[in-house]
Design a protein around this ligand. Structure first.
Ligand code: ZN
Length: 256
């Protein structure tokens, strides 16, 4: 080919390459400069700005899958410590520390407690996520009545917190759980918002979320939790309730 023609074509080719790269970047969804990204089990993922496998309370959030799992209680109604039966599920209870919207420590235990039947469903979800190189991290599980009173005092909005005088939070029944996604190392993945974001960004209409990674992650979490037997909350992407209900447990006291 004539050298003049090649010289004329070169800028066009370079321009096309830049354009193509940009189009691919936009199509994949830019994670934005504030978020880290990487590859987990062959799937491209994005992390929260402040993601790290650390607990808000200083407790160990790392799963210990080599521990012996005790025999299941006879009844699905029994309360169990989640980590006893599902050691691979990370636990980082937000209300056990001060990194929550109240700025206060709401309860004094660090382990997640739930009904036995609910834990069995959570294990099903965890196993489904492990196929993607992911897992669950629990932000809140059983929540005592006194804790609900404190949350209502700070946030008296029935859209986000159940008024203790008008109803019972499913967290007091021990069949509701607040969860997010982590990668195989326990690093939190990017989701539409942080925990207890009391805005419309936290609801299940994801059309206002401009990060494709966050939407993909939250949709996967929702799909897996539903398939495992949980119902969703319209206002909070992190909240899931076991489709089987239980009576409130106002007298249950979790071991700390
Ligand atoms: Zn919840």
């Amino acid at each position: 080919m004539d050298k003049k023609i090649i010289a004329a074509l070169l800028p066009c080719a370079a321009g096309f390459a830049v354009f193509f790269s940009l189009a691919l970047w936009v199509a994949k969804g830019s994670p934005g400069p504030a978020h880290g990204s990487g590859v987990s089990n062959g799937r491209k993922v994005a992390y929260r700005d402040d993601s790290a496998a650390v607990s808000d309370t200083g407790a160990d959030v790392t799963g210990t899958s080599d521990q012996a799992v005790p025999a299941w209680p006879a009844s699905d109604q029994a309360f169990v410590r989640v980590s006893d039966y599902a050691p691979d599920i990370r636990v980082n209870l937000k209300y056990a520390g001060r990194h929550n919207f109240t700025g206060k420590r709401i309860y004094d235990f660090r382990d997640a407690w739930l009904r036995c039947g609910t834990v069995k469903k959570l294990i099903k979800a965890q196993e489904a996520l492990e196929a993607y190189g992911m897992g669950l991290m629990i932000w809140d599980a059983f929540r005592p009545a006194e804790a609900q009173e404190v949350l209502w005092t700070v946030c008296p909005n029935p859209l986000y917190v159940t008024d203790p005088d008008k109803g019972c939070s499913d967290h007091l029944r021990g069949n509701a759980v607040d969860v997010t996604l982590v990668d195989a190392d326990g690093i939190e993945l990017l989701m539409p918002t942080e925990f207890d974001n009391f805005t419309r960004l936290a609801d299940r209409d994801y059309s206002d979320i401009d990060n494709a990674f966050a939407v993909e992650n939250v949709k996967l979490l929702e799909k897996v939790m539903k398939q495992s037997g949980f119902k969703t909350s319209p206002e909070e992407w992190w909240h899931f309730t076991d489709s089987k209900s239980y009576e409130p447990a106002p007298t249950f006291v979790p071991a700390s």
